[in-house]
Design a protein around this ligand. Structure first.
Ligand SMILES: C[S@@+](CC[C@H](N)C(=O)[O-])C[C@H]1O[C@@H](n2cnc3c(N)ncnc32)[C@H](O)[C@@H]1O
Length: 282
């Protein structure tokens, strides 16, 4: 091997070594130099953080408190979970697919001193169990919201869901909030009342209730002493149920109560009196 043939090899090897050491110097998961880039691709959706002003509106509309367990599906840098814990005292879990981003979020949680309240899971939102959540936040895509919708609707009635930017098809939001040009949509998972019930408590015998339901929209009929009437102003928000009917003596009675696994319980109020009332499914 001549000197002239070995020189290009040395140069090439030197370049390879420099390249390797530069590659090694790239930030890796867990190193404090890793900084995510807005718009970087994710598994099902890229990372773009929700603006802080909208996060506060989202947590306010959901009335997040220290009693809540919030899950942010696709947690990015953990900002929603951190804000829920830091400002509202909630426990929060972020699920993030990208391990580097998840590690970055964990570091932010630790920097904020919230390690006792916030957990960041590295995982797929379509595989992780978030059924324990009392509040779920999302900033995904419309088709991903629709894919999650059956799971969300099967959660405990009263669970609050807030989605930045995207709706849930024909599941109308209960409220909408905005910050500058950004919008978020809020839902409360409705209880299931569809079907026939018998309610006791009103004078004149049991009331037969027949509810129709589509998502949180309800209507129905009440039969009292053989006479059937439409329910007026029937409204369901999570487990909270209200409707009006006319009593046998011609008064308008307003029912307000809750739906639970045991049945419906609440109070009829008329201008003159209040009556506790309970209903069971037929
Ligand atoms: C638009 S960002 C929202 C980040 C954060 N929730 C927020 O509002 O600031 C969506 C995040 O979801 C993550 N992601 C995408 N597909 C995912 C999946 N299947 N499971 C978990 N995370 C996912 C992305 O990496 C990205 O960080």
């Amino acid at each position: 091997m001549t000197f002239t043939s070995i020189v290009p090899k040395i140069i090439l090897w030197t370049l390879v070594c420099i390249g390797a050491s530069v590659a090694h110097a790239q930030p890796r998961a867990g190193e404090s130099t890793y900084v995510p880039e807005r718009g970087q691709p994710g598994k099902d959706v890229m990372w773009i953080p929700t603006p802080q002003g909208l996060i506060e509106k989202m947590l306010d509309v959901a009335k997040v408190t220290s009693d809540d367990l919030l899950y942010d599906l696709g947690a990015g840098d953990g900002i929603i979970a951190i804000t829920a814990a830091g400002r509202h005292g909630a426990r929060a879990v972020g699920i993030e697919y990208n391990p580097q981003l998840a590690e970055f979020a964990r570091r932010k949680v630790s920097d904020a001193g919230l390690g006792n309240k916030v957990r960041i899971i590295t995982g797929d939102i379509f595989e992780q169990d978030f059924s324990a959540a009392t509040v779920v936040t999302l900033y995904l895509y419309p088709h991903l919201n629709m894919k999650l919708r059956p799971t969300l609707l099967a959660m405990k009635p009263g669970t609050r869901v807030v989605s930045h930017a995207f709706t849930m098809g024909d599941w109308e939001p209960d409220e909408t909030v905005s910050h500058q040009s950004a919008q978020a949509f809020f839902w409360v998972v409705p209880a299931q009342v569809e079907g026939q019930w018998t309610m006791n408590g009103l004078d004149g015998g049991p009331v037969r209730l027949n509810f129709r339901q589509s998502l949180q929209q309800i209507g129905g009929l009440a039969t009292l002493n053989g006479a059937t009437q439409p329910l007026v102003g029937a409204r369901l928000r999570g487990e909270e149920l209200t409707f009006k009917l006319t009593t046998l003596d011609g008064q308008l009675a307003t029912f307000t109560g809750r739906v639970s696994a045991r049945g419906i319980s609440g109070t009829f109020s008329t201008p003159n009196a209040n009556f506790p009332a309970e209903a069971r499914r037929n």
